[in-house]
Design a protein around this ligand. Structure first.
Ligand code: PXP
Length: 246
């Protein structure tokens, strides 16, 4: 990429919380595979799912089922551990997004410290890349982390939009500027910038308007809205808002 805006901002739908509801009763319903099929039927561009160490979202067997259910690319979010690397190498998702993971957190609370963990991450990025998996690093919008992603040879970074999403009126513009500047810095260095975390109908448009961004990954809010309007309608509405912002 040369800093030009990608033609279309892709929407990756994170279906973890369909699995969270399923797991609440330990059975098979609601099935995240059905969610993936609905996302595909309304023009979603990808499926994102996080196989956590404690399996509280998707379970191991869901990976192959999700891959088989649609032609959409699967972006597997995973901790940078030997266990998860082995699973990714077995299933070869389109992309693997390396995220920090702490067992006690409710969700992925911060970005990956790509700068501080270079030596641990370098062989993992290399092994996944060698297997043809597109590696993405989920990082804070911080120049130190972008520089670390460049050194690691990651083709994609996903910029953490949580600080922006949770900012008050006094800091929101500042947080948005950080995301815009880091998207531009990544693109100038040949890295495809994505963004995600905490995005909603109300806050997505300023992020979607950042021209270098190629993809947004959105989960919790969409699955929550799906309870009221259905998943197809929720994905369509998010898609419309993203398109209007470009
Ligand atoms: N991107 C990454 C790397 C994430 O870890 C998450 C949350 O699982 C998301 C995007 C989606 O965030 P949210 O569920 O808040 O939309």
């Amino acid at each position: 990429m040369n800093g030009m805006a990608p033609a279309r901002l892709r929407l990756g739908v994170n279906i973890d919380h369909v699995a969270t509801v399923r797991n609440a009763r330990g059975g098979d319903h609601p099935d995240p595979v059905r969610a993936a099929e609905i996302v595909a039927s309304v023009g979603g561009d990808g499926i994102t799912a996080h196989l956590r160490e404690d399996r509280r979202h998707i379970r191991d067997e869901d990976i192959a089922r999700i891959q088989a259910a649609t032609n959409l690319p699967l972006n597997l979010e995973m901790a940078a551990t030997d266990e998860m690397v082995a699973i990714a190498l077995r299933h070869r998702p389109h992309a693997a997004c390396l995220v920090p993971e702490r067992r006690e957190e409710r969700t992925t609370e911060g970005g990956l410290d790509a700068a501080g963990q270079h030596n641990r991450l370098a062989p993992i990025v290399a092994r996944l890349s060698d297997a043809g998996i597109r590696v993405s690093l989920f990082i804070a919008p911080d120049p130190i982390q972008i520089e670390a992603a460049i050194r690691l040879g990651a083709p994609v970074v996903e910029l953490h939009t949580g600080e922006y999403a949770h900012a008050g009126d006094d800091t929101r513009a500042h947080e948005l500027r950080r995301i815009a500047e880091m998207a531009a810095l990544a693109a100038r260095n040949g890295i495809e910038p994505h963004a995600g975390h905490g995005l909603t109908y109300d806050n997505v448009q300023p992020v979607a308007a950042i021209p270098q961004l190629a993809e947004l990954n959105i989960g919790h809010y969409l699955i929550g809205e799906a309870i009221f309007t259905g998943l197809a309608e929720a994905v369509r509405r998010m898609r419309d808002l993203m398109d209007q912002a470009r």
